[in-house]
Ligand binder design. Structure first.
Ligand code: ZN
Length: 477
């Protein structure tokens, strides 16, 4: 059964915008793209959906998110990154796996309503996998690993193998499982290397937070600062030896041989030209999270230099705990304004480039560009329709401009993954949005109660960082 989706504008991404465009979908795949007349001629007898004054385009690829933290949004809006991440430790341990699942479901709901069709999601609890599978989203879910104490490395790896076995039961052609060493300041060099080798052996993708904050740079370079003291104390790691490495986080990771084409370096705010050349040489992809990095005071990643050097780059909203909403229009707009403002040069980034990074760029960064990221015959039918009939869009003669400068997540009308309609006109065929929102409010109330109860020292006060003792480092006492 073939369906033709028609709109005033079609953005194939790999070709210029098409006025009065259409895309034909048969089952999971796109079978024709072009003007409405061309597509009708190619697919006689197909049923038709006409979105009218709308833009049909590939769904967004959100190249970095943490769906399980959706209920945390807006809790620590004014904390500097180092304090913010420590505040999160305080509240993270208070939720049950079931509560994390509701939080992740809320994130999946927002993704669909925002026109996100692929999420590259980092998860410690693994509850994201269930939420993504239920929602029908396409995803790469990276299971997060922490560990500074090499004496516990075998335990950490055994725990990962066990979590992966559970995760694999939810894997599907739409949902791939990867591994996420959390960051250079929470994963020892030996564990980082072990995880990289483990992933290569199993052909799994790897994602890690890299060169995100000045606190991380100080920690790696000189073994000092907030991460060396406050953060490690919070984690119960203060007795572990710290070694100053004297190099940038990217050079540090290169020394351990962890970068390759399946490695996704998230953030890279503190990346010099030499660092960028390393990423390029290793064919490592980068995720740019402009809002998260700016809001937490981390800085602005050198996107123009990354693009000039030919590094694969996607946009990520990061955790709603950091950037509050999963609006890819907002990410595109923020990126464009920040980079033009900082460089005092309008030529560094334009609207068409932003749309490409948010779709095909993300797909390339994740190694999924043979399947998604553009509207081309043979690709998966992951597409969205964005309403451009309201006054803030009128008149339009450049759809890229209209979307990047003017659109919001609320303008998304329709989201479909692999030919399956998952969101249309405010409705979610697969999900009970009312219950998800109601349960998420309860989760938030519990988090707020924890904040009100004051800070705790996780290593001492909890049986584990989360609910089951993780095979990472606990306080030795
Ligand atoms: Zn993150």
């Amino acid at each position: 059964m073939t369906t033709i989706y028609r709109a005033e504008w079609l953005l194939p991404i790999t070709a210029p915008p098409v006025k009065d465009g259409a895309v034909a979908v048969d089952g999971e795949r796109i079978v024709a793209v072009g003007t409405h007349d061309e597509v009708c001629a190619a697919c006689p007898g197909a049923s038709a959906v006409d979105f009218g004054q709308a833009v049909v385009m590939p769904g967004f690829v959100n190249a970095h998110s943490h769906l399980e933290y959706t209920s945390f949004r807006g809790m620590f809006d004014d904390e500097q990154f180092g304090d913010w991440i420590i505040s999160l430790i305080d509240v993270k341990a208070s939720l049950t796996p079931d509560e994390y699942l509701w939080s992740a479901r809320l994130g999946a709901l927002e993704a669909l309503a925002s026109g996100v069709t692929t999420v590259a999601d980092t998860t410690y609890t693994g509850e994201t996998l269930t939420a993504v599978a239920e929602a029908g989203l396409r995803g790469v879910a990276y299971l997060e690993v922490f560990g500074i104490d090499d004496k516990r490395l075998d335990e950490t790896m055994a725990d990962l193998v066990e979590r992966l076995a559970r995760a694999q039961t939810l894997a599907s052609p739409r949902l791939e499982i990867g591994v996420a060493p959390h960051a250079p300041y929470t994963v020892s060099s030996r564990l980082f290397q072990t995880l990289a080798a483990f992933a290569r052996q199993r052909r799994m993708k790897v994602a890690s937070h890299v060169a995100e904050s000045k606190e991380e740079v100080t920690y790696i370079r000189s073994g000092s600062g907030k991460f060396a003291h406050d953060y490690r104390e919070k984690m119960g790691w203060e007795r572990m030896l710290i070694q100053p490495y004297g190099v940038s986080p990217i050079k540090y990771l290169q020394q351990w041989g962890v970068f390759d084409e399946n490695f996704l370096a998230v953030h890279c705010v503190h990346a010099s030209i030499d660092d960028i050349r390393i990423l390029k040489a290793k064919r490592t992809a980068v995720v740019h999270c402009p809002k998260s990095n700016a809001k937490t005071g981390c800085g602005i990643a050198p996107l123009p230099d990354l693009l000039r050097q030919g590094v694969r780059v996607g946009f990520g909203t990061d955790s709603p705990a950091a950037s509050n909403i999963m609006d890819m229009f907002d990410e595109m707009r923020t990126a464009l304004f920040l980079h033009r403002g900082v460089e005092r040069d309008v030529s560094v980034l334009n609207a068409a480039q932003c749309i490409r990074i948010a779709t095909l760029g993300g797909a390339e960064a994740l190694g999924l560009d043979d399947r998604v990221g553009s509207l081309d015959p043979g690709k998966q039918a992951d597409l969205i329709a964005v309403d451009v009939s309201s006054s803030h869009f009128v008149p339009i003669d450049d759809p890229y401009s209209a979307l990047v400068y003017g659109a919001n997540q609320d303008d998304v009308l329709f989201t479909c993954v692999a030919g399956e309609t998952l969101y249309q006109d405010g409705g979610f065929p697969r999900l009970d949005a009312h219950t998800i929102r109601a349960e998420s409010r309860k989760v938030r109330a519990k988090l707020q109660a924890r904040v009100g109860a004051g800070r705790v020292r996780v290593g001492a006060a909890e049986s584990g960082w989360w609910h089951t003792p993780p095979a990472t480092d606990q306080r030795e006492s």
